[in-house]
Unconditional design. Structure first.
Length: 159
C-alpha cells in the first residue's frame, strides 16, 4: 500500500490518484447524475465507468474516500482480468480426441489477431508422450473437431 503522505498521491473529493490508479468523478452525460471512471496508469482509456452517488445536497457528487477508492480499484482490476480471460478464450481453443487406432491426441488452435494476415496455428500432440505429431497454419475460422483433425494429421487438411 502506498504511503498516504506520498506527494504523487492526489486525494481530493472528486479525484484520487494512488496505487497506479486514478478515480475521477465526472458528470454523467446520460442524465443529471454523476459517474466515476477508473483508469490504470499508462492505459489510454478507463477500465471502468459506473454511476456515482449523489451527496447529501442531492446536487453534487459524494466525495471519494479510502473505502470507495479501494472498492473501485478491486472492481476495475476484476474487469481487466475478465477482459483478458475473454480475449484469451477467443484466440485459443483446444480439443482432446481419440483417433480410430486408439491414439489419444491433444489439439491446440491459436488464432493470430492479424488483420493483414489472418491465420491460426494448429498443433497436435500425442497426449501420452507429449510428442508433437503435426504443426501447421490453418484458417482462423478452422473448425476444431475430430474429423477435421484426423484429416489434418494425415496431411489432407489445411496446413
Amino acid at each position: 500500500m502506498t504511503d498516504p503522505t506520498d506527494l504523487r498521491d492526489v486525494m481530493t473529493p472528486t479525484l484520487w490518484t494512488r496505487d497506479g490508479w486514478t478515480a475521477r468523478v465526472i458528470k454523467n452525460e446520460d442524465d443529471d447524475g454523476w459517474a466515476v471512471e477508473m483508469t490504470r496508469d499508462g492505459d489510454p482509456e478507463a477500465a471502468l465507468v459506473g454511476p456515482w452517488t449523489m451527496g447529501r445536497d442531492k446536487k453534487n457528487p459524494k466525495p471519494l474516500d479510502t473505502s470507495a477508492f479501494l472498492t473501485l480499484v478491486k472492481t476495475a482490476n476484476d474487469v481487466l482480468v475478465r477482459h483478458a480471460n475473454q480475449a484469451r478464450a477467443r484466440l485459443h481453443r483446444a480439443l482432446d480426441f481419440v483417433r480410430d487406432d486408439g491414439e489419444r491426441v491433444s489439439a491446440a488452435l491459436d488464432i493470430a489477431p492479424d488483420e493483414d494476415d489472418p491465420h491460426a496455428i494448429l498443433v497436435c500432440r500425442d497426449t501420452r508422450t507429449g510428442e508433437e505429431l503435426r504443426r501447421g497454419r490453418v484458417p482462423p475460422n478452422y473448425r476444431l473437431n475430430a474429423a477435421n483433425l484426423e484429416k489434418f494429421l494425415v496431411g489432407q487438411g489445411s496446413g
